[in-house]
Write a protein that binds this ligand. Sequence first.
Ligand code: GP9
Ligand code: MN
Length: 649
Amino acid sequence: MVSLKEKDNFLNKFLGIYIVAVLMLWVKTYITQSTQFSLGVEGPLQQFLLVLNPLGSALLFLSVSFLFKGKRRYAVLGTVYALMSFLLYANVVYYRFFSDFITLPTIFQTQNFGDLGGSILTLMHPSDLLFFADVAVLFFLLFTRKIRKDTTLLGRKKAMAIITAALAVSIINLGLAEANRPQLLTRGFDRNYIVKYLGMYNYSIYDSVETFKASSQRALADSSDLTEVVNYTQSNYATPNAEYFGAAKGMNVVYLHLESFQNFLIDYKLNGEEVTPYLNALAKDDNTLYFDNFFHQTGQGKTSDAEFMLENSLFGLPQGSAFITKAQNTYQAAPNILKNYGYSSAVFHGNKGSFWNRNEVYKQFGFDHFFDASYYDTDSPGDMAEYGLLDKPFYEQSKDYLATLPQPFYSKFITVGNHFPYTINQDLVTINKAETGDPSVDNYFQTARYTDEAIKQAIDQLKEMGLYENSMIVLYGDHYGISHNHNRAMSQVMDKEITPYEGAQLQRVPLFIHVPGMKGGQRHTYGGQTDLLPTLLHLLGIDSKEYVQFGSDLLSDDHDELVPFRNGDFISPSIDSINEKFYDNETGLPLDDSQLETAEKLKQEAAYKLQLSDKVVNGDLLRFYTPNGFKAIDPASLNYKKEAETVPE
Ligand code: GP9
Ligand code: MN
């Protein structure tokens, strides 16, 4: 047998053993990432990134050993290798149970591991030893006397060359990932995405940085920060309108989410044909309040920002999504408030529970149930959209779960059919495309029509289930669907030039509130998504005064019609501020000098509101505040896993 110790055996050089370690870790990680996780890898570029990403990390992380001299570096190489292997395997086991990756807060929170409990052993298989076969090989090489230990220094040049190569691979990786999925790191999206594009190890670094940032802001805050906030929200409180207070008392709440749905679609005619006939009729229903000056206020968190505002009447964050970075905060969210009034609660959504970190943050909001994709049959490709189950099969399949909820319930159905880039199976199309030549704009009308039909189906189902007469149904658009990149096509659709002023007007999203027996009508009140929760509470006959909320009841005479956007711009019935310029809201013309002072004041007010809300969220200030009579649900008592008991007590 040839001895490994032969002089020219490359294993006798430290560089040789380092390269062997890199190759083994690269291959193992690639195989693990592609077989143990369902990352939804699509297309050759994503495939390529999945192959590439472990290489950068293996080169870089294992090069830590270069910092050490002599025999010590062999020990360091082995230790780093073993730790990375352990991290990978721990995620494999965690994923088997949660279909998600480990985050630092969830480790420290222990509730997740509490869920795992004794079952952790059942999640581990004897064949898992294979995950450590390479570790055994490496240890054999490093720590037996089979190879010579190379004590000559690697040489600065060589070390630098390897580190540069490692960084280059990682930077190319990140560049390609950003090109395929812009704002991957700033928006956060889904842990699955980060792993898919950047790999398990880079994900762990990303997660640690995010955790550190969040915890340092939180650590610096204390209860005295709350005084200013409470003073503000109390002064912002709008007394309920006696005509509407309690109009839906004791009723169920059904939120129907209109994905990427802009208000211009309502009553819009494409080639003489109504795009959304059902919604148009619903807007005129005697028991529907239709708000036509209602704006989305979302930022990078898109859908999650909309949900965050709806559930809390707090603004989303200026960067990223609070669903991801502030998932462990204390909240006094709608499901929890309503629990104190005997309500059960549930979210229905045909996408993975980890998207936007919903499976974590919903616990903090107090949702009893979260029916994510794992509860739905997602096997027929014709039923699927890019982000999950299409609206019609989604509503159909939701019926059985909805039927299990004790009444009154607070429920939210999040759909995905009308999502960018608005592709739709031609069998489902019932209206011609627009003809601007911009595919997303042209198709938007077809997916919006599909949404309209699906909403009709959802409401018919409620009628069949005997829930319609006893439910308040709220329809809301979550954010724009057509971004300003499509202004050329949109100017054809709207038949006017899309100036910055017009672009801001397009940020209207529909808001419908249907309550049996309530006086409906079209309302022109200006408002935004933070106003929804106080409006809803007052309709249910619950006073919002006790809560720290930044919006105000749309139906109250005291309602504040200043609508801040997340970037500090604002719209109001008189003055708008868009991209650092003021406009007369009615004419769209630049503002008269005589009104500048009022405009500046409004601008400061909008900025102050956003800043105070950010203070609450970043500092996790609600942990210092308990509204009178409010009892918090323990998030650790909630579990959304399908295997768990899904029928409520
Ligand atoms: C996915 C869906 C889409 O689960 O809610 O989110 P968006 O991309 O619109 O923020
Ligand atoms: Mn959305």
